[in-house]
Design a protein around this ligand. Structure first.
Ligand code: NAP
Length: 648
């Protein structure tokens, strides 16, 4: 494949320190935070991470200081796949922010620009980017800018891009000062929310009509295209001499955390634009990407991979027409452009969507997002094998703290994931997780559970199992665990292979076996929300029913793929689609341990019957084949007998 011209993001990067406090300290006072964590952020860095996650080659050009925060932010960008060749270390602290999260969703932020605002300038405040960055921009597919670094840097980058006919996409967020006129003239697409648009144009943006009018004012300032996100009211792209394009918001099943959603929207649009997707498709892509971002915690950790976005787009039918929902709003635009001087100015109500989604405004104000941020769980995983690690990785991405316990040594892999690992059950229980998740093999679960010093745990811990057989697990937990402990039996019907990229649409079966009221129920809901927010199909079902269905589906699938595995099937020069399916199924047989399969057989009382049904089906087919063969042979024999004269 030909090398794609990269996306170059010039902008800010920051280490954001999130602390949860009951209230803000008063002057001279020191208070304790209930939790704290430092995450990589900054508008520029977030957008670069998003584009790289969407599998577009992306360079980030920014500045950091000679400190530990620089390592943290660079690691986060590198792990998203961003190229960091042009990140410069300067004599200023890496940009950072202290975000104080208070009850009720209030958020107070102190921002330290540091290296982000310490770009070298000449005396007359002109910035010259290095020759390397200049060359990079000239061969780029697009340049993405925001407003958390000096305007002079943005102006220099935009001028270089313009001189090389490289499109410049700019996110108007990050500063509320006016955007310099010279900069506006270099911008291909300027992206806003309604508030930012209102501020720049000094116009009201309370209705779609007003948004369109304000957008045309921005075009008069020299910007070619104006992109406006309006939260649950969708988004609109206003283009020169073309009808505006409207895109409804893409529904997010649950909003966990809103950080990074607007950056995701703009970055995804930029990627689609560079890939030359039609503008309507680009908007759709951006809306779907942003919807994904709000389902998980954190900004960078929740930015979606391309495969997840494409999967989501498949589930969302293309809207019938990419047009403004209200004809009158088009008239407003024509009027503004002088195409219909008689048309009156109309201010349509902005609520053009009837779908129940959370607005970007809510997201930005962080009311819901912050509430969830304050409700992180400490999840203890018992059995850190194949499946335990698979779940742990996703829990970490959601920002939950994970501790693990296993008989084998998984220190290295746990360390890489940021999981605290124990081979000693006492040490594990002394961590006092809110939730203990049993991810051991079906066969070993009883002995492992009995070996745990339960008295060292918090007395109201929530126990969750993921065993692929459910009634056995339910009875086991009820028998062994003390009555004050909550019990949730679950079966995520997917594994590291089928759920590698996305869990969207995959079934998650569960029974709330014994869950207390109030805080207990709330904790259980928060735990289930992890799977719901990933888009899993949540199926609440009694354990007994699960086993009946699982024997007829899962056990049969495992059995057939293991039978096929034993046939040692190989590809041929003339494989059919059907045969390819068989080859894949045969491969899957080895993906899970034999212990797992044996557990399905021994501990699901319906499995034996399914095995017998399979045998009977095979016998029945053989009887049918040989029966017909005998009949044909018999008929032929009697025909031949009739033709041959009998001689005595
Ligand atoms: P597994 O072979 O069923 O279980 C491996 C885990 O069990 C490892 O953590 C292993 O610990 C532990 N284990 C095995 N024997 C043990 C013993 N005698 N003492 C202590 N620990 C022992 O493979 P898995 O795929 O990871 O599955 C784990 C659980 O998840 C199973 O209950 C399975 O039914 C369920 N599940 C799996 C999938 C899937 O796709 N794989 C999907 C849904 C549910 P060490 O690694 O430390 O040896």
């Amino acid at each position: 494949m030909a090398t794609r011209p990269p996306l170059v993001v010039v902008g800010s990067v920051s280490a954001d320190i999130y602390v949860e406090v009951e209230r803000l300290p008063s002057s001279g006072e020191t208070i304790a935070a209930s939790s704290g964590q430092t995450l990589a952020g900054g508008r520029g860095a977030n957008q670069a991470a998003c584009a790289a996650r969407l599998s577009y080659p992306t360079y980030f050009c920014g500045q950091v200081g000679p400190d530990a925060n620089a390592i943290l932010v660079k690691d986060a960008l590198a792990s998203a796949g961003v190229r960091l060749d042009h990140v410069k270390s300067v004599e200023a602290p890496t940009g950072h922010a202290v975000v104080m999260l208070q009850p009720g969703g209030k958020k107070s932020v102190i921002n330290v620009g540091g290296a982000n605002v310490a770009w070298p300038m000449s005396e007359n405040s002109v910035c010259r980017l290095t020759g390397n960055i200049e060359q990079l921009i000239k061969r780029a597919g697009g340049v993405l800018l925001q407003r958390e670094i000096p305007d002079a840097v943005n102006l220099e980058a935009a001028n270089i891009a313009k001189s090389a006919n490289v499109p410049v996409i700019m996110d108007a967020g990050g500063a509320d000062s006016p955007i310099p006129k010279e900069l506006l003239k270099c911008i291909t697409v300027l992206s806003f929310n309604e508030t930012e648009l209102g501020r720049l144009t000094a116009m009201s943006t309370n209705s779609l009509g007003e948004v369109l009018l304000a957008a045309t004012k921005v075009q008069e300032m020299g910007v070619k295209e104006v992109l406006v996100e309006m939260g649950k009211n969708g988004s609109v792209l206003v283009r020169d001499k073309e009808p505006p394009i409207y895109q409804p918001a893409t529904l997010a099943p649950v909003v966990v955390d809103t950080r990074g959603a607007s950056e995701t929207f703009t970055a995804a649009y930029a990627v689609a634009l560079i890939e030359l997707q039609p503008p309507a498709e680009a908007l759709r892509f951006a809306a779907a990407s942003a919807s994904f971002c709000v389902r998980n915690e954190g900004a960078m950790p929740s930015m979606p991979e391309r495969s997840s976005v494409l999967q989501l787009l498949k589930e969302y039918p293309v809207v019938e027409k990419y047009s403004i929902p209200n004809e009158e709003d088009c008239c407003v635009l024509k009027y503004r452009r002088g195409e219909g001087a008689e048309t009156e100015r109309i201010t349509a109500p902005i609520d053009v969507s009837t779908r129940e989604v959370n607005t970007f405004e809510e997201q930005v104000s962080g009311i819901q997002g912050t509430r969830k941020v304050m409700e992180k769980l400490k999840i203890g995983i018992v059995g850190f094998g194949n499946f335990g690690q698979f779940l742990a990785e996703r829990f970490c991405r959601h920002g939950h703290r994970v501790v693990a316990f296993s008989r084998s040594d998984y220190n290295d892999v746990a360390h890489r994931m940021g999981v605290s690992f124990h081979r000693d059950a006492n040490g594990f229980c002394d961590e006092h997780p809110d939730v203990v998740m049993l991810c051991t093999s079906i066969l070993s679960t009883e002995s492992v559970l009995r070996s745990l010093p339960l008295e060292r745990l918090k007395c109201d811990t929530l126990f969750v199992d993921v065993l692929s057989v459910k009634e056995f697990a339910k009875q086991l937990l009820l028998r062994i665990l003390p009555p004050q402990v909550d019990v949730l039996c679950t079966h995520p019907m997917f594994g590291p292979k089928s759920g590698r990229t996305s869990w969207a649409g995959l079934p998650f079966v569960y029974e709330k076996v014994r869950i207390g009221e109030g805080a207990s129920m709330d904790r259980c809901t928060r735990f289930l929300d992890i799977f719901a927010s990933e888009g899993c199909k949540m199926v609440e079902m009694p354990c007994k029913d699960h086993d009946v269905h699982a024997a007829g589906s899962q056990f049969i699938t495992h059995t057939v793929s293991r039978i096929l595995g034993k046939l040692n099937l190989e590809t041929t020069p003339m494989d059919t689609r059907g045969y390819e399916t068989l080859l894949k199924l045969a491969e899957n047989g080895d993906a899970d341990s034999f212990d797992l399969y044996y557990g399905l057989f021994v501990y699901n009382p319906n499995a034996v019957e399914e095995l017998q049904r399979l045998e009977r089906a095979f016998e029945c087919l053989k009887e049918q084949l040989f029966g017909q063969l005998h009949q044909t042979v018999g008929e032929r024999a009697s025909l031949t007998a009739k033709r041959i004269p009998v001689t005595h």
